[in-house]
Design a protein around this ligand. Sequence first.
Ligand code: SF4
Length: 483
Amino acid sequence: MARPSPLDVYALLDKSNCGDCGYDTCMAFATDLLERKIRLEDCTHLMQDKKQQKNLRKLKEITTPPQKPVRIGVGERQVIIGGEEVLMRHQLTYYNPTGIFVEVADDQEDLIDVVKYLTDLKIERMGEALTLDGIALRCVSQNGDSYKDAAKKVVQNTDLPVMLCCLEPEFLIGAAEEIKDKNPALYAATKDTWEKVGTFAVQNNLPIVATSSDLDELMGLSATLQKLGSDKIILDAGTFFGPGNLSITYDNIIQLRIAGIDKENVNAGLPIMGVPAAYWTQTENIKDDNDIWRHKYQEIIMGSIMESIDTSLIVVHTGQKKEDIWALLALMTLRQSIFSDPRVYPAVDPGVYEIGEPGPNAPIFVTSNYRLTKIPVEIDVKGADLDAYLLVVDSEGIGIESAVAGGQFSAGAIAEATKEFKVFDKVDHRILIIPGMAARLSGALEDEADAYVLVGPRDSSGIGSYIKKKWKPEEYMKEYAER
Ligand code: SF4
């Protein structure tokens, strides 16, 4: 089905522009609905007016993406997986980043400590807080009571969504019964257990994972669970390591995505998960620490591959321990890059930013308003323990090198920014430090901004040592006065 336009959505709305949803017009509501910033339920007319029921049904139909979204967990940290409309990010955008779940075992002694650590884990990168999305609780004890207890302990110590992973249906249902108000995902329904696990999931409106390494069987399971009444199904076609198996794992995910998103096959149009953690059950040759490290890398490489093909959710084992932070950092960083919106230029607002407590002699660094330039420069200035001003020039969100070539980061634009943001009113000098990549602007900038211009390092990581060696404002101002 072709993507609906805002006009298609508008045609089915009340068109009264009543403003109950917080928007001035129904058209504005329609536009943001398609961007998934709001939900249909936010239109009071659609929800309360019985005459609108037909339109509500039609709107649900046209705004449901070919790959249905599934929510796991409750509250602020609930995660939405799947729900994508395109195979390739550049065709539109991806809406829901790969959910990263870390596996813990119900019988591990440090279970609570690990759960708390994973819950609190937060890494700042490029102005965003990177966090995990869930805990996958494996039933290793093979004891129903122990598994149930562990599930209760986990939800008492985390607000992260939980996936219960147990192939013994009685144990799985027993634990799920205890924590069902937290909307856990149930892993898994197989060809042998679908009826028991599926019925419980439907009765309690819980997400459920259908698993089979045979794609035909997986599609059959999906169809059967849907017939049973489930509309929160996640697909798992298995994760396999070793020669030849990587391509099988990769192909299965790609085939499911094509069938679901491109061909609109309703049995495949569901979130897809992968389990890089399965590596540890498929390897026997662990002789020493070197083997362990090698295996950890293999697992995280698989996780990265899965993220790169928009797998909706992954479960990893490595990352439970603080020493393995590198693994989660790699996955979260890659995810941040893959799931940035290609339609939005990563720009920040132009202006003067204060770093630390800059006084009248503080240096003024000039940079572009490309987010991935401004933020690293800011981090490097802070890291060098400097008090400074950062003059961020509107370069249309383009990085320094390209913006200098394209004319967006020019002597004129910088001079204009000094006036607009009155940066020289904040200091007792007229010195600007421009990036090394913009060195060729220095002469023209001195004239246009009536300033003394210093050319800084090409890479902002050199700012600390640069300032130590070069920052002599009185000397420069003497030279400026003698001109
Ligand atoms: S609540 Fe509904 S009818 Fe009212 S402005 Fe919003 S979209 Fe339009």
